[in-house]
Design a protein around this ligand. Structure first.
Ligand code: BGC
Length: 269
């Protein structure tokens, strides 16, 4: 049996590090050609390292710099992908940031930066992807679906988060962006789903697990008593991108060790 994503083209935004890097590598291992998107110049080297891992798994790909919150750059990135690879099959709108501040001190810049990257960026990339999926339609030799969009949400699409209102609002927005896109695009055979990670050990939440005390405190929020790894999310991304999940659209798949199970109620209430 061939690899399950053989012959498919995948874009993973923000994949020079963290969860995005894990997903890009896993899609490559499953046979996809992967566009490893990064934003800032200083991330180029790590994006190239991700591509090396994809190539050593036997798949192709490129690295591509783009600020996914800028419409012109997103359009240029998709034009380049289509010119080089002919089409695209899988888009993981992963890129996301945190800029935390107490609510009373949060600046409009902090608000706008997080909404632009985490919400507008996912809208822009999903829209360009859907245009190409619609144009090409279903090609059974590639996949049963015309295309797969995987949004990056968070447990904070449902868990309120003091000190992070911009981030929680962006992920709450992703929830209904994803569901509304899924409803609208299903007749076109485009599947749209979200991954919602809990605490995954990456740079974005280093402050929460860096010291043994912080780690202990964080584990109190995770019934499964382990902090997640990028691979935990990456495996689910491969499944959502593959025909194994062909009848799945409009879902949020929580990958959180039970963080959304209200662990504070385990011995209280
Ligand atoms: C955030 C992390 C946080 C986790 C659980 C994620 O979406 O980016 O910083 O540790 O949610 O709270």
């Amino acid at each position: 049996m061939g690899k399950q994503l053989e012959g498919q083209i995948a874009l993973v935004t923000g994949s020079s590090s963290g969860i995005g890097a894990g997903i890009a590598i896993a899609l490559g291992e499953a046979g996809a050609t992967v566009i490893v998107n990064y934003h800032s110049d200083k991330s180029r080297k790590s994006a190239e390292e991700v591509l090396v891992k994809i190539k050593s798994a036997g798949s192709g790909g490129i690295v591509f710099q783009c600020n996914i919150s800028i419409e012109r750059e997103v359009k240029e990135m998709f034009a380049e992908i289509l010119a080089r690879f002919g089409t695209i099959d899988i888009v993981v709108t992963n890129a996301g940031i945190q800029q935390d501040a107490p609510f009373l001190e949060m600046t409009l810049e902090q608000w706008n930066a997080v909404i632009s990257t985490n919400l507008t960026g996912q809208f822009l990339c999903a829209r360009e992807a859907a245009k190409e999926f619609k144009r090409r339609g279903v090609k059974r030799e590639r996949s049963k679906a015309a295309g797969k969009i995987i949004c990056m949400s968070s447990v904070h699409e449902v868990i309120p988060w003091a000190g992070h209102v911009n981030y929680a609002a962006s992920k709450g927005g992703v929830k209904l962006l994803m569901q509304s896109m899924a409803q609208e695009l299903a007749p076109l055979k485009i599947r749209v789903n979200s991954l919602a990670p809990g605490a995954i050990k990456t740079r974005i939440n280093k402050d929460a697990w860096d010291t043994p005390e912080d780690e202990k405190k964080l584990l109190e929020l995770i019934p499964y008593e382990r902090i997640g790894e990028a691979e935990d999310v990456a495996k689910a991304a491969v499944w959502l991108a593959s025909d194994e999940s062909d009848y799945v659209t409009g879902i949020t798949l929580f990958i959180d060790g039970g963080m959304t199970l209200y662990p504070g109620f385990a011995d209280n209430g």
